[in-house]
Structures are given as structure tokens and as C-alpha cells.
Design a protein. Structure first.
Length: 429
């Protein structure tokens, strides 16, 4: 996408651009989003350049550097002339396109991506905002149309420099001379989240409505189609994340702490300290959901974070290996290692089958049908295994609990493999 990006002009007026949502300002959130989209530089047009420059210069986390060029605005409203003066001081792409985005709004990354990829003059609208967004914002009026738009240098040159950008865009939109990117018409399905997440944008909320706006952002961080323990964990994770987001703690720090916690569980299981191990394993179930939610909430995703599932997989398998070792050495499960080998083998085949099925479906197997969504609630996964083992330990049958979790996993894998084969065969036909 980098080769086709337009120039970027950010309208950052005080105080809206500095409105804090979930621990970061709208301006900082926008910086992180556009950096992920591939932008390496941006012009900032502001009525408070000194304040914005100071805020931007503060210690900030974002993926890589993004060069900022500040321009002072003297007019009450942004005019065509203000925009022309800004773009005259920078190098535009060959097609002369400029993406103009107000930092006084929150935007779903997908909406800005679609707008940046447009080839004609376009504005961002929402013909049917979600009910929660409607309760604290009004984005139907043409007064909001200048919040995000894609224009060309040729379009701007043909206009009166003294006219406000908002008025000119509103007039062009009414006449149909500017295309619309409607948030209500954009695809909502997010494969990595296993469900539909409605892309939204809204203006900086008032202090009274800030909690509602943060709830809207936080709801978008929750993956869909969860196993039963994860459903129980979700409100606990949300409570913790809403407090962590206002600190300097990063998702990667949570990932590292979680890895240490997971390794500790392995050592406790291997040494026979089963109660201590399962207690930490239950804690790990909650802790493991924090880093991803925090990263999505504060736009702090990293390459390391995206590969966290690989680390989680090896940590999880080390738990069952440690339990197999303990029960085999203690003589409580005669063929513990055989159970473990069949369990791991079935899991590996299942993962391959699910991956192949997902390639055909365009979505994950867990979200393929009602049956698959129900299976997700109870199918063998780390949280399910931990709960099964904890219950077995509670009733004084830890060895039987180990056998049970292995058998549960093997049967679950067999069902999932069968479903993957069935779905791929259906798609082929």
C-alpha cells in the first residue's frame, strides 16, 4: 500500500485533538493508526501549533518514526487556501492526492485504509451509526463531512481560497460531485477476531460521554466465539485492561510476564506441586487475554505480539508434558507418555486441518457454522483442559484428570478434523 499512499494532512485543533480515550489522545491514536497504514510523514495544520508540537514531542509509543511538519492556522475555520498552503510546502504523489483527517475524531483503521485507497475525491460518512455511537455523537450533518476526506490538488486549485473547506465539501457532497465512503457499507467481518466488528468513527466525546466512547472502543477488542472459560474471563480482563491502559505498561511487557508465569506452571507441574501449578494456570488463563486486548485498545500491536500464539503453544504443550512426566515417574498413569504423544499428534493434525479449511472458507473454522460455534465452547483448548484438571484435583483424582484432558483433546481433535475435511469437500463441490 505504501507505493500508492496519498499525502497526509492532519487537522489538529485544541482541545478536541487532545481528548484522552483509553489512555492516549485522539491525536496520538491517529499517529499510531496512520503509521500502521504505512505513512512515514504528515503535515499538521493547527490553531495551536505550540501545544500540538509539545504534545507530539512527548514520550510516545508508536511503530517507527513519522515525520511531522507543523503549520499554523490563523483563520477561524480551515479554508481551501490553508490546505493549498500546506500541500505547497511538501512533495505530493504523482496523482496529487491528499488525505485530510481531523484528529478530533476517533477512526477505525479500516475506514482510513479504504479512504486512502480511493482514486477519486471522497468523503467519509456513516449513514447508519451504531446505537451506542448515536447516543453521544451526531455525524449525520454535513458539518462533519470534513472530518476525513480524500481530495486532489487539481480539485483544490479550482476552488476559492477564501471558502471554508467544510462548506465547499458539503456543497460538493450535496451535488454528488464527491464520492462517499460509507462506514455502514464496509465489510465488518474480521477473521482474526472470529466475527463482525462494525467499523465506526465519531467526534471527540464530551466529558460526560467519555465512558460510553471508551466502552465502544473496548467492545471492539473482544474476540468472538469463545470457549466457556474465556467467556467467564472476559469481564475480568475488560476490568483490568481499562485500568492498565492508563498506565505506561505495554502489551509486550504483559506478554513477557505471562511467559514467565507459564514457565513457572511447567516447573510446578513437573515437580509435583499440582495445586500451586493449577492455581497459576487458572491465573494465566486471565492474564493471557490482557496483552492482545491492550494492544488493540491502544493501537500498540507489534510483530512480537502477533507471534505470541507461537510462544503460548510451546508453553501450553510444556504443561501437559510436565504432567505426563510427573504421573509417569510417580507410577500413577502407566502409559502417560503414550497418552501425551497421541494427544500432541492429534492436536498437530487438527491445527493443520483447521488452517487448510480456513484458507477455503475465508474465515476460521470456529465461525463456520452454528455447530462449530457451539463446539468452540467445549472443545479441547488450554482453558478447558485447565478447568478439567482443576476439577479432578479438587475431587482428589489428579491422575484421572490428566487422562481425561488427554482423551478430551483427542476426541475434540477428531471432531474438528472431520469437520475440516467435510467443509473443504463441500467447498470443492
Amino acid at each position: 500500500m505504501k507505493d500508492t499512499l496519498p499525502a497526509l494532512l492532519i487537522l489538529a485543533d485544541s482541545p478536541d485533538a487532545l481528548t484522552d480515550l483509553c489512555g492516549i489522545s485522539l491525536l496520538e491514536r491517529l499517529r499510531r493508526i496512520v503509521r500502521k497504514l504505512g505513512f512515514g510523514e504528515a503535515m499538521i495544520l493547527s490553531n495551536s501549533v505550540e501545544i500540538m508540537a509539545r504534545h507530539a514531542g512527548q514520550s510516545s509509543w508508536y511503530r517507527g518514526e513519522i515525520a511531522l511538519n507543523f503549520h499554523e492556522r490563523k483563520t477561524e475555520e480551515v479554508t481551501i487556501g490553508d490546505v493549498l498552503d500546506c500541500i505547497g510546502a511538501t512533495t505530493l504523489p504523482p496523482d496529487g492526492r491528499v488525505l485530510i483527517v481531523s484528529a478530533g475524531f476517533y477512526y477505525d483503521e479500516r475506514l482510513l485504509r479504504v479512504l486512502a485507497e480511493a482514486q477519486t475525491e471522497s468523503i467519509l460518512i456513516d449513514s447508519d451509526p451504531p446505537s451506542l455511537a448515536k447516543s453521544f455523537s451526531d455525524i449525520h450533518g454535513f458539518g462533519r463531512l470534513s472530518c476525513a476526506l480524500l481530495l486532489s490538488r487539481e480539485w483544490l486549485i479550482g476552488k476559492d481560497r477564501a471558502v471554508s473547506l467544510r462548506q465547499e465539501v458539503a456543497s460538493e457532497a450535496v451535488s454528488g460531485r464527491i464520492a462517499s465512503v460509507d462506514a455502514a457499507q464496509q465489510p465488518g467481518y474480521v477473521r482474526s477476531m472470529r466475527g463482525n466488528i462494525r467499523p465506526v468513527f465519531f467526534p471527540a466525546p464530551s466529558a460526560d460521554n467519555r465512558a460510553l466512547a471508551e466502552r465502544l472502543l473496548q467492545d471492539a477488542t473482544q474476540k468472538h466465539v469463545l470457549d466457556f472459560p474465556a467467556i467467564v474471563h472476559a469481564p475480568i480482563e475488560d476490568w483490568l485492561v481499562l485500568r492498565l491502559c492508563r498506565t505506561s505498561i505495554t502489551p509486550n511487557q504483559l506478554t513477557l510476564t505471562g511467559a514467565i508465569l507459564g514457565i513457572t506452571v511447567t516447573l510446578l507441574y513437573a515437580s509435583g506441586h499440582l495445586w500451586a501449578g493449577v492455581s497459576l494456570a487458572l491465573l494465566f488463563g486471565v492474564w493471557d487475554g490482557l496483552d492482545g486486548k491492550l494492544a488493540r485498545l491502544k493501537e500498540q500491536t507489534t510483530r512480537l505480539g502477533k507471534r505470541e500464539h507461537v510462544v503460548d503453544y510451546f508453553i501450553e504443550m510444556s504443561w501437559w508434558t510436565a504432567l505426563a512426566h510427573h504421573f509417569q515417574v510417580a507410577g500413577q498413569v502407566r502409559h502417560a507418555y503414550i497418552f501425551l504423544l497421541v494427544f500432541v499428534g492429534a492436536d498437530a493434525v487438527e491445527r493443520l486441518a483447521r488452517r487448510l479449511a480456513a484458507l477455503r472458507l475465508g474465515r476460521k473454522l470456529d465461525d463456520a457454522s452454528r455447530f462449530d460455534r457451539v463446539m468452540r465452547y467445549i472443545a479441547g483448548r488450554r482453558n478447558i483442559y485447565t478447568w478439567l484438571f482443576a476439577f479432578s484435583l479438587l475431587i482428589g483424582m489428579p491422575a484421572a484428570g490428566f487422562v481425561l484432558l488427554c482423551c478430551w483433546g483427542i476426541v475434540s481433535s477428531a471432531i474438528q478434523i472431520s469437520r475440516a475435511i467435510q467443509i473443504r469437500g463441500h467447498v470443492w463441490r
